[in-house]
Design a protein around this ligand. Structure first.
Ligand SMILES: Cc1cc2nc3c(=O)[nH]c(=O)nc-3n(C[C@H](O)[C@H](O)[C@H](O)COP(=O)(O)OP(=O)(O)OC[C@H]3O[C@@H](n4cnc5c(N)ncnc54)[C@H](O)[C@@H]3O)c2cc1C
Length: 415
């Protein structure tokens, strides 16, 4: 087995460390931690549970496409005969994060024609939150979709608070998009807070560590003047600098990252940077949203739509279209660019409640399982762009597990 196990001996050491916490924190060789430290190893390092990184414990590999729209999500309201269609699709790598705010904008547009009932097409994270927001506004809602939540692309994602991940390209989105993005992000952040601290932890926070043996610097995205082409000339982004970043607009409410000082880093790497990050546990969160939808009188009907003309056949005369990447074909929106990504899942390790990035691999321990994403060296925003292959690649996830396993094989974990 590769990776360090967490046995009875470690637990005894940890509890011994807990008992001696007061004395140790006063020790001259260990700087006072600004993190919550539950104990220290004999070496003085803060105690944290190691993760088991074994390819034998991979239980799933899920592949998915981010519905990326260079202009940002489509929220247009379009009359179609006597039906008003409001779009709510194209959230790139930020659909989970922006769902509530985007739903609020779409439902507000629906309310402008004073409907009593509406149809929501799609039951991914965007459709489901849109349906719940509409119900909270007093509307009767039917969700029509090919698949219920548990089978949608949404549950093949990572599920972290990443509100400006591949959400738009700066130029096509234009200067006004920042305000719309900020509105979506702030509404969503507030909405998620009401799901914290519930049984099953539908929404949770954990510490995320960026680990390296080289000094960690904030990644900048300067334009490379040698790259002459751009989205404008090629119809596809050509370099990272074209992607819009808006996170600084909500710095006042989001925990910010900071470098750990010596004596604060629980890992065997020379450098570590950390921040608290919100994440979503698909099982309990999806279950809770579906329950809320049904308890508020919602109906679900399995149905396949082949063109917007099919919307006109619905009883409801206000339709919110939340079909994600499938909108490219359904409403012929060729501006949607597929951005492939995949996640691997190890069995849950609740004792290790954190995530990290090391050696170009992202790992996040959630109640659903330990999520792994493997990236090529220096992969940026262009990774996966224009790739619509949805075939899972287990070898890539195994490679990711092997890339981070040495971190937990370090003798430090047994000291
Ligand atoms: C690898 C990866 C990691 C990601 N990580 C994150 C993350 O950490 N944080 C984050 O915020 N976002 C993340 N995302 C992005 C996020 O997953 C998407 O933005 C989001 O899932 C889009 O949701 P959706 O509801 O629009 O689409 P979908 O989940 O695809 O749902 C579409 C719904 O529409 C229905 N439908 C489609 N076409 C039709 C039709 N013709 N007729 C009837 N029904 C139809 C489907 O059945 C489904 O119910 C990630 C994406 C990927 C690929």
């Amino acid at each position: 087995m590769s990776g360090a196990g967490f046995g009875r001996r470690d637990m005894l050491k940890a509890s011994a460390a807990l008992g001696g916490l007061a004395g140790l924190s006063a020790c001259a060789t260990v700087p006072a931690a600004r993190l919550t430290v539950f104990g220290r190893r004999a070496s003085g390092k803060p105690w944290i549970a190691p993760m088991r990184m074994n390819v034998e414990e991979i239980v799933d590999v899920k592949c998915c496409i981010r519905p990326f729209r260079p202009k940002g999500p489509c929220l247009d309201a379009v009359p179609l005969g006597d039906t008003l269609v409001i779009h709510n699709y194209g959230h790139g790598g930020s659909g989970w994060s922006l769902s509530w705010g985007s739903a609020e904008i779409a439902v507000t547009k629906a309310l402008s024609v004073l409907p009593r009932e509406i149809a929501v097409i799609g039951c991914g994270i965007i459709g489901l939150t849109t349906a719940v927001v509409a119900q909270r506004a007093g509307l009767k809602v039917t969700i029509y979709a090919r698949e219920l939540f548990n089978r949608t692309r949404s549950v093949r994602a990572n599920g972290s608070w990443t509100p400006d991940s591949r959400i738009a390209l700066t130029d096509p989105a234009g200067p006004g998009f920042g305000d719309v993005w900020e509105q979506m992000a702030r509404i969503s952040w507030k909405a998620f807070r009401s799901y914290l601290g519930l049984p099953g932890k539908p929404v949770d926070f954990s510490d995320q560590y960026n680990l390296s043996n080289e000094p960690i610097v904030r990644r900048e995205h300067p334009a490379d003047p040698a790259v002459a082409d751009s989205y404008a000339t090629k119809g596809l982004p050509q370099q990272d600098s074209e992607f819009g970043h808006y996170a600084d607009r909500i710095k006042d409410i989001i925990p910010q990252a900071r470098n750990l000082e010596e004596g604060e880093n629980p890992f065997p790497t020379k450098f570590a940077r950390t921040a608290s990050q919100m994440h979503f546990n698909f099982g309990s969160y999806g279950h809770l949203l579906m329950q809320e939808f049904y308890e508020a009188g919602g109906h679900y009907e399995m149905r396949d739509f082949h063109s917007p003309a099919d919307f006109k056949a619905l009883r409801e005369k206000v339709v919110i279209n939340c079909t994600g990447y499938a909108a490219r074909e359904l409403v012929r929106d060729n501006t949607i660019i597929p951005v492939r990504g995949q996640t691997g899942w190890l069995i849950p390790q609740p004792e290790a409640h954190y995530g990290f990035r090391y050696n170009d691999v992202s790992v996040l321990s959630k109640s659903d399982g330990v999520m792994i994403m493997n990236f090529p060296p220096n992969a940026g925003e262009l990774y996966g762009v224009n790739d619509s292959t949805e075939i899972p690649d287990r070898a890539d996830i195994e490679d990711g597990v092997r890339k981070v396993a040495p971190l937990f094989a370090d003798p430090m974990w047994r000291a």
